[in-house]
Design a protein around this ligand. Sequence first.
Ligand SMILES: [Zn+2]
Length: 252
Amino acid sequence: MVKTYGLIHEKRARGKEKKKNHVYHHSSAQKSISSGRQAVNFSFDTIHGMKLKEVEYKIPSREERKARRSEFQGSKNKEGMRSKFLKMLAAEHAQELKDLLGMTDADIALMAEGKSVNGYNVHHKLPIHGGGKNEFSNFILTPLYPHDQWHHDVIDPQICNLSAKGGKILLPWTDAMIYDPKQYGFTKNNKKVKPNYVSRVNPEKYPKIYKPEHIADANLRKRELEKFSSQQKNVNRKLVSTVVSQRLSSTR
Ligand SMILES: [Zn+2]
């Protein structure tokens, strides 16, 4: 089964054509949201430890988004919020980083300098694109695989249906600032469920460090990251390429 997707902001086909290709099936008992135009339904209410929460997704002006992104990324003259967040975690949550993510002392030393650890991302729970701010409480440090599923499988398909100003959507949400791999997977009522879609994110392109039984194993994690560093450029390029065409494997 092959399916082609466009960019986040690219409008998908509507009407009959859309119904035929749409991977989000309707079911009345499922967690769902109506943006006013098109409902997106999910068969699960937790994805990789993040509960689906209904929030107001208000799209700021282009200038404002740009300003917030540079505030996050920082520049030569001004430290970014990502760097500050990583430093804070290294200083105040080193043990959790080790226990939850299997981070090494070298990883934590890197973070103490405000630098990212390979294979991890600082995610905005409410994206800047949806009005999210650069506050520690809006950040979570996460491996890339669950992160990309949050975006490509949950957030993006809903954003496609929003008006230019925004609207209500379901966002993966937690109060945690560090991803907890023990919460792995798609769950509903604390039981694992199969998602009602075929993921747009190919697990083969990621290290297996997101698996709870693997993530705290420092040696395995290191081997996985080594594999990953050689293909990271390709993965990044793939994720931002104009059209992501994937041969989709069956749901895990
Ligand atoms: Zn993100």
